[in-house]
Write a protein that binds this ligand. Structure first.
Ligand code: EPZ
Length: 417
């Protein structure tokens, strides 16, 4: 992606559906042979991978204008093969529904990724608490339910896990009896999945809080559901407006999903308005002030906005401290920002950013989804032209980013570099 920096953005951005809500929603279609119609799904690579995985398992997957219509398999092949899992670790989200609905699941162990080892031990411990026996052979995890199916149990997460909570919610909804989750993840995407499962006939109380109760039911049926908008895409475009001293109107979002991000950006001097609960306006910020952030599970500052916020802090006056507490290696973007002229020092899980620094365009390399977004933002603020390589990372989670940026005045093009 080639980006010419230094141009203020102005106009309207329409937010797409949340990739991290659409992925568990697609996995949930495995829980019924009824028809589930999901709309508001972003057209990004990870979603296409998940759709391929569902078809591989035996579901009938029909692509529609803004989502999918899925009918679960009657005779499934309950396996998530290596060739698909290696490209998308969120494939582990099929573990729970396969074990919960069909009594068995075989999922290739997801490798680590750029931001950390990302084990799934809590997913497996949770499945055992529901009666599954877990085996591992030739790089695959095997989960087998007792003959009568999974049985409700108590699951206490040692730390909140988003897809762990989602995976086990999908395992528990058809289990016999009641399940209780303690220290569950509270992200909006978890709540959206619980809303979908409830529409399918599940009985869930407390989604969005630390303690979730599930009363197992004999079966689930089809339904229709619109995916929530993407709060991280929203935050990314808010930073784009702030960094270029532009004026952006961001439509189709949910203000209440990113209160902490808005609070931190306002503390840095950004003027963010919100005429209604689904619209945010940022009319740039000329004199930014450095503020600190520490990433936390929701409702804390989201780790998925850490890299983007760091790009913003390179343009703020003063010293900003960014502490990453969720992943062990989520500073890959720092090296590339430094090559563009940012003044950042890392010690352990803390990065100290001194600003403002005049960034200059450069050849930079994407390493993971949010690091790529951070570099696009740096490029928009930089003087001169930046070429961002390996943008497949970006395309995993941002729908039509080049088009959306061009529509608000950015000079962006996709080139074969
Ligand atoms: C989800 O990943 C998101 N992905 C991530 O977004 C996001 O960064 C992350 O939650 C945190 O918010 C999807 O929803 C598809 P976790 P997930 O389990 O569920 C450790 C993006 O940019 N852990 O909440 O994998 C783990 O290593 C992606 O869209 C275990 O130790 O994250 C991490 O340190 C990147 N054992 C912490 O917990 C487990 O069994 C939180 O991870 C599970 C997790």
């Amino acid at each position: 992606m080639r980006i010419e920096g230094g141009r203020p953005l102005s106009g309207t951005v329409q937010i797409s559906g949340a990739k991290n809500a659409a992925l568990p929603a697609l996995a949930a279609t495995l829980l019924t042979e009824g028809q589930v119609t999901l709309s508001g799904i972003p057209p990004v690579a990870d979603i296409r991978t998940m759709a391929r995985l569902l078809a591989r398992i035996g579901a009938a997957v029909e692509e529609r204008s803004d989502g999918y219509r899925v009918r679960g398999a009657s005779e499934p092949e309950p396996t998530a093969p290596y060739d698909l899992v290696k490209t998308m670790r969120a494939s582990s989200l099929v573990l729970g529904p396969l074990a919960g609905h069909y009594g068995r699941a075989r999922v290739s162990l997801p490798g680590g990724c750029a931001i950390g080892a990302r084990p799934i031990d809590m997913h497996l411990t949770g499945l055992k608490a529901l009666g599954a026996s877990i085996g591992q052979e030739r790089g695959y995890i095997e989960a087998v339910a007792p003959r009568g199916g999974l049985v409700g149990g108590r699951i206490r997460f040692r730390r909140p896990t988003v897809t762990g909570t989602e995976d086990l919610l999908m395992a528990a909804v058809l289990a016999k009896g009641e399940s209780v989750f303690e220290n569950a993840a509270r992200e909006p995407e978890v709540v959206d999945l619980a809303d979908l499962l409830t529409k399918m006939g599940a009985r869930i109380e407390g989604a969005g809080t630390r303690t979730i109760h599930v009363e197992g039911v004999p079966s689930l049926h089809g339904t229709e559901h619109r995916i929530i908008p993407d709060r991280i895409e929203t935050g990314t475009y808010l930073v784009a407006g702030a960094l270029t001293a532009g004026r952006l109107t961001i439509r189709g979002t949910r203000r209440e999903h990113l209160e902490r991000v808005i609070e931190r950006m306002r503390a840095a001097g950004c003027r963010i308005g919100s005429p209604d609960a689904n619209t945010l306006e940022i009319d740039g910020c000329t004199d930014l002030t450095a503020v600190d952030i520490t990433t936390r599970e929701h409702p804390g500052f989201p780790t998925d906005m850490q890299a983007q916020f760091m790009a913003l802090m390179t343009q703020a006056s003063g010293t900003s401290k960014v502490v990453e507490t969720v992943f062990e290696n989520r500073f890959m973007h720092v090296l590339e920002l430094q090559r563009m002229g940012a003044d950042i020092r890392i010690s352990g899980n803390t990065a100290v950013i001194r600003g403002p620094a005049q960034l200059s365009g450069a050849q930079v390399m994407a390493s993971d989804l949010r690091a790529s977004a951070c570099l696009v933002l740096g490029a928009l603020a930089a003087r001169g032209t930046t070429t961002l390589h390996r943008i497949y990372h970006l395309q995993r989670g941002y729908a039509n980013m080049a088009e959306k940026l061009r529509a608000v005045g950015a000079r962006v093009e996709i080139v074969d570099a």
